[in-house]
Design a binder for this molecule. Structure first.
Ligand code: PGA
Length: 246
């Protein structure tokens, strides 16, 4: 079980350190069943890392090149050097606002793996695709393009987050049945490519308007192995409650 908080473009440095400390100190005193991860903005990573002992650190993105003349970009090796262990890749906001596609994401995933960090690969359909019954096909294409070129060893480091785009930041959550159905579909897909053990060992997180009030009914599903939390991760109390719903 994994619960990861994606802070997106929120919190200045001082606020970020404060939130990280609050979450870390709580779970130091009250160990969680789940692995707890926070993903602050890049610029806070190194400072936030110093406040963490039990909570793990993730970035929200990383560059598609290793180093050089790419003004404004942050490489996987730079992220690694802050103490981060995870990198979120392919979030729908990266896909829609910054034009990231699954071929690009495959390159990013390889670079993150080379740095011995774990990619949290996000996939999910937009509302129109669900309404026209294309959601399985869309997610299948995303997973195949971004992940099927990996070796079994590389794949064993991957975490997948299913985030229906229509549920992100909208207050509309997928029903537990919708989440379970898609998670089972993704696990089957992985089984067909990487085998039984890889499918069983894979963590598939649900993301999209997860809150303290609905986390339990989503996490209860057999193929839901945790959550990727946006808005509710900005408040220590809500985030802690979500982690504790296991
Ligand atoms: P949300 O975001 O919880 O605010 O819907 C989830 C995400 O984008 O990862």
């Amino acid at each position: 079980m994994i619960v990861a908080g994606n802070w997106k473009m929120n919190k200045n440095l001082q606020e970020g350190i404060e939130l990280a400390k609050e979450v870390n100190d709580f779970f130091k005193e009250n160990p969680a069943e789940a692995e707890v991860i926070i993903a602050p903005p890049y610029i806070h990573l190194a400072d936030v890392a110093r406040s963490l002992s039990i909570v793990k650190l993730s970035s929200q993105n990383s560059a598609s090149e290793t180093s050089g003349a790419y003004t404004g970009e942050i490489s996987a090796s730079m992220i690694k050097s802050t103490g981060a262990e995870y990198v979120i890749l392919g979030h729908s906001e990266r896909r829609s606002y910054f034009g990231e596609d699954d071929d690009l994401l495959f390159r990013k995933i390889k670079l993150v793996l080379e740095q011995e960090m774990k990619p949290i690969f996000c996939c999910g359909e937009v509302l129109k695709e669900r309404e026209s019954d294309m959601h399985f096909e869309v997610v299948k294409n995303q997973v195949e393009t971004a992940l099927f070129g990996l070796s079994p060893e590389e794949f064993s480091e991957i975490v997948i987050a299913y985030e229906p785009v229509w549920a992100i930041g909208t207050g509309v959550t997928a029903t537990p049945a919708q989440a379970q159905e898609m998670h089972a579909f993704i696990r089957d897909l992985i089984r067909s490519k990487f085998g039984e053990t890889a499918a069983d060992d894979l963590s598939i997180l649900y993301g999209g308007s997860c809150k303290p009030s609905n986390a339990r009914e989503i996490f209860e599903n057999p193929d839901v192995d945790g959550g990727l939390i946006g808005g509710a991760a900005l408040h220590a109390e809500d985030f802690i409650k979500i982690v504790q719903s296991f």
